[in-house]
Design a protein around this ligand. Structure first.
Ligand code: GDP
Ligand code: MN
Length: 378
């Protein structure tokens, strides 16, 4: 789950990271009032769960309450990469910006540890920095039983050529960002940019934070921060039905039980020259209703030109799945071709139900994938 900038920065601040004073507004008149209270010079920032807001016209400086109101009215309602802006953050302007630094804590899966990543090339897209000038990115791995050590932040500060008088504050910010990461079960805490202000102080002007969904049950405060307005409709429905659903760019919808089998299915589609439209795991022991929901979700994507259903019955029963498919097809009117491969528990019963409904079936996964790819191409 991703948090908004204002939520992330408030959590950072709880751990001693310096952030600008600010307040969220949902109407231009509120933006004016907040600006007046903050003393005049502010930055008006779209709160949407995507990056690159600056380039998209979602971050604007205002010199007075009038300007802030005007910017808020321009930004509210704006569409940024498919997200509609419903809130703006009104932050006190940084007193000049001398330098923009990138700083983040994330998990390095290969090293099985949290990692601190820092770069003096902040402010821009870090993926781009990683691609074009990877030598400008510095990292240290953190041993969770020790936490961030002084020599590690000294190394990062020196590598980035940070002015010597800022090293101590930089250390405190890294420790704060790391503690914030750990105590909130985050998979990312990121400041881009961490600026050196005209007054020579470090200030986190942007914030991004991703919480591990699996930890939300023990992080009730964070679970409540979920902005359901921002969640794509299909993903919300999937989440509430206990379905793992991630949309991709291809045109073959997949419905599979088990994450491993879902990956295999996507691989095989690719092997036969096709392109999966989604990853979808209905989980173990799915009932007909869940299957119907899953199929509706897949078919709600206009890119989908064929559907491959691959179920290996264990706890999940083939007849339940078949009933779910038939049920879903009675709810949605579609002419998208579908191929079903059913194996394992109650597969025979399932195949009978599908035969009655005149569904196309396949015995092996290769056969099913070949048929689905062909159907999508024609
Ligand atoms: P993003 O584009 O979504 O990453 O949004 P950011 O919050 O990072 O803002 C984009 C850019 O706006 C930053 O890199 C800064 O250059 C600029 N910016 C943000 N806040 C301030 C501020 O308080 N003062 C000034 N002068 N520029 C700011
Ligand atoms: Mn940014």
């Amino acid at each position: 789950m991703n948090l908004h900038e204002y939520q992330a920065k408030r959590l950072f601040a709880e751990h001693g990271v310096p952030i600008p004073q600010g307040e969220v507004a949902t109407a231009p008149a509120d933006a004016r009032e907040i600006t007046r209270e903050l003393g005049g010079k502010v930055v008006v920032k779209a709160q949407v769960l995507t990056g690159g807001r600056g380039k998209a016209g979602g971050v604007k400086l205002a010199a007075n309450p009038d300007e802030a109101e005007q910017h808020a009215s321009d930004i509210l309602g704006l569409d940024i990469k498919g997200f509609t802006v419903r809130k703006v953050l009104i932050d006190e302007q940084a007193p000049g910006i001398d330098q923009e630094i990138y700083l983040a804590v994330l998990i390095d899966r290969a090293a099985r540890r949290p990692m601190v990543m820092a770069s003096a090339a902040g402010g821009m897209d870090i993926e781009e920095v990683a691609e074009t000038t990877p030598d400008k990115i510095f990292t240290v791995h953190i041993d969770p039983s020790l936490g961030v050590r002084g020599y590690q932040t000294t190394y990062l500060a020196a590598a980035m050529d940070l002015p010597r008088e800022l090293w101590r504050d930089f250390h405190k910010i890294v420790v704060g960002l790391y503690n914030c990461f750990m105590s909130n079960d985050a998979s990312l805490t990121e400041i881009n940019p961490l600026v050196i202000t005209g007054e020579g102080k470090l200030l986190a002007v942007d914030g991004k934070m991703t919480i591990d969904d699996n930890a939300l049950s023990r992080q009730p405060r964070l679970a409540e921060m979920r902005d359901t307005d921002e969640e794509p409709e299909a993903e919300r429905e999937a989440r509430l039905s206990g379905i793992n659903f991630i949309q991709l760019d291809g045109n073959i919808g997949c419905m599979v039980n088990g994450a491993g089998l879902a990956m295999t299915t996507m691989d095989i589609i690719k092997l036969f020259g096709g392109d999966p439209a989604n990853f979808l795991d209905i989980g173990g022991g799915a009932k007909a209703e869940q299957v119907a929901t899953a199929l509706r979700l897949i078919l709600s994507d206009p890119k989908v030109e064929a559907v491959l259903i691959n179920i290996f019955g264990g706890i999940t029963r083939g007849d339940e799945v078949a009933r779910g498919i038939v049920e879903a097809l009675s709810q949605v009117d579609t002419d998208v071709p579908m191929v079903v491969r059913l194996a394992g528990t109650n597969a025979e019963e399932g195949l009978e139900i599908l035969a009655e409904a005149e569904m196309e079936t396949a015995v092996t996964l290769s056969d099913a994938a070949r048929k689905a790819v062909k159907a999508a191409q024609s």
